[in-house]
Design a protein around this ligand. Structure first.
Ligand SMILES: *Cc1c(COP(=O)(O)O)cnc(C)c1O
Length: 381
C-alpha cells in the first residue's frame, strides 16, 4: 500500500494533500481591508453600501441586497420578513446545513421536513406539494451543491398557497435557472460568505429582497428596529416599535467582499472547470453516480462535487490513504435531537444517507488534481 501510495503521489503539489475546502482570499484583499482600517468607519459604513450595490449589479438587479453578519442572519431576517410566527408550519429541506432550519426553532415555528429528489438531492417538489396545509406559512429550498432547485414548480406551489418562497443559495452564488439569476427569482434569497463559500468575508451574508415595500423594514430589523439613517441624520424619533436584532455586516468584512466580487467570474469559471473535469471522468462509470450533472435548463455554481457510492466508508478510507479528503458535509437534519428526531416519511433521504460523499473542489485545485482523484476512485475501493 505504501509503495502504491508513493507512486501515485507526484501529481499533488501541496504537501498537505488535496484538502476538501480552501478559503478564497482575493488578491487585493489586504489592500482593501487596510484602507478600511485606516478610515473612520469599521462598522457598518460606506463599504457595506458599496458591496451591496456591486452585488446587486452582478446578481440581483431586480431586487435589493442587504448585507448581514452571516448567511444564518440573512435567513432569520427573511423568515421574520415573510411573517413566520410561533406555531406556523414551514416546509423545509431535510438535507441541508443546520443553519437553514435552526432560526425556525428560535422562532417557535413548526418544521415540516420535505424529502430529497433522488437525482439532485434538492427538495422534492412532489413531496412539498403533499405537505402543504392551511397552516403552512413558507417554503424554503436549498440549491444543493450549487444546482438550482425546480423553481418554476416551487413558485407555482407557493403562489397557489399564497405563501413566501425563500431560497437558501449559500451554495449557489452565480447559478442560473432557465436564464434567470439565482438571487432574483424568489421573494427572498440568502447567500453566505462564510469561510469556505465561493466568496468569503470571514463571516457574512446577503439577503436579496423582491418586495421594495419591505426594504426599509428589513433595514430596521437588521439593526435592533432602529431607523439607522434617521438616527445618523439626527432626526430619529427615539422610539423602537419593532423587535430587531443585530444582523448587520461591518466595513472590514464588506471590503473583503468587494475584493472577491472583482474576481468572481474567474472564481466561478475555475470551480466550473473542476466540476466539468469530475463529470468527464466519473459520468457513466459503474458504481458511481455524480449528483447535479446532465441538467440543461439551469447552470450549476459548482460549490460541491457529490457522488453516490456503495461502501462509502471504504472509499473514504482509500481516499484518506492517498491523502485526499472527503466528507459528508451536511447531514439529514432530523437526526439532530433539536429537530425532534428522525422522520419516517423521507424514503429518498433514507436511500442515500449512507451513500453520498463530497469530494474536494476549491480554488487551490488544478484540473490535474481532479483527474488524479478520479483515477484513485476508478481504481476501486
Ligand atoms: C454555509 C451555509 C449556511 C450558513 O451560512 P453562514 O454564513 O455560515 O451563517 C446556510 N445554509 C447552507 C446550505 C450553507 O451551506
Amino acid at each position: 500500500m505504501k509503495d502504491q501510495h508513493m507512486n501515485e503521489m507526484p501529481l499533488m503539489k501541496e504537501e498537505e494533500g488535496i484538502v476538501l475546502f480552501y478559503p478564497n482570499i482575493p488578491s487585493n484583499a489586504v489592500e482593501e481591508v487596510t484602507q478600511v482600517l485606516h478610515s473612520r468607519w469599521i462598522g457598518q459604513g460606506p463599504k457595506v453600501a458599496q458591496f451591496e450595490k456591486e452585488f446587486e449589479v452582478r446578481f440581483c438587479e431586480q431586487n435589493t441586497a442587504l448585507a448581514v453578519g452571516s448567511g444564518t442572519d440573512a435567513l432569520h431576517l427573511a423568515y421574520i420578513l415573510a411573517g413566520v410566527e410561533a406555531g406556523d408550519e414551514v416546509i423545509v429541506p431535510v438535507f441541508t446545513c443546520t443553519a437553514t432550519n435552526i432560526p425556525f426553532l428560535c422562532m417557535g415555528a413548526k418544521i415540516v421536513f420535505a424529502d430529497v429528489d433522488p437525482e439532485t438531492l434538492n427538495i422534492s417538489v412532489e413531496h412539498v406539494r403533499r405537505l402543504i396545509t392551511k397552516k403552512t406559512k413558507a417554503i424554503v429550498c436549498v440549491h444543493y451543491a450549487g444546482l438550482p432547485c425546480d423553481m418554476d414548480e416551487l413558485k407555482e406551489i407557493a403562489k397557489e398557497a399564497n405563501i413566501a418562497l425563500i431560497d437558501d443559495a449559500a451554495h449557489a452564488l452565480g447559478a442560473t435557472y432557465k436564464g434567470g439569476k439565482i438571487g432574483e427569482i424568489t421573494d427572498f434569497t440568502m447567500f453566505s460568505f462564510q469561510a469556505i463559500k465561493h466568496i468569503t468575508t470571514g463571516d457574512g451574508g446577503m439577503l436579496t429582497i423582491k418586495n421594495p415595500e419591505l426594504v426599509e423594514k428589513a433595514k430596521r430589523i437588521r439593526w435592533f428596529g432602529i431607523d439607522r439613517s434617521a438616527k445618523q441624520m439626527g432626526n430619529w424619533e427615539n422610539d423602537i416599535r419593532e423587535v430587531g436584532y443585530k444582523y448587520q455586516m461591518n466595513d472590514i468584512a464588506a471590503a473583503l467582499g468587494i475584493a472577491a466580487l472583482a474576481e468572481f467570474d474567474q472564481t466561478l469559471n475555475h470551480r466550473k472547470s473542476l466540476f466539468a473535469e469530475y463529470e468527464k471522468h466519473l459520468v457513466g462509470v459503474d458504481g458511481i453516480k455524480l449528483i447535479g450533472t446532465g441538467v440543461k435548463d439551469r447552470e450549476h455554481a459548482a460549490w460541491l462535487c457529490t457522488v453516490i457510492v456503495n461502501r462509502r466508508q471504504e472509499l473514504m478510507s482509500k481516499l484518506r490513504a492517498f491523502n485526499i479528503e472527503s466528507s459528508q458535509v451536511h447531514y439529514r437534519n432530523d437526526r439532530y435531537t433539536i429537530f425532534g428526531g428522525r422522520r419516517s416519511d423521507l424514503p429518498n433521504m433514507g436511500a442515500v444517507e449512507d451513500k453520498y460523499l463530497v469530494l474536494p473542489l476549491h480554488g487551490k485545485m488544478t484540473i490535474e488534481n481532479v483527474a488524479y482523484i478520479c483515477k484513485v476512485i476508478k481504481d476501486g475501493w
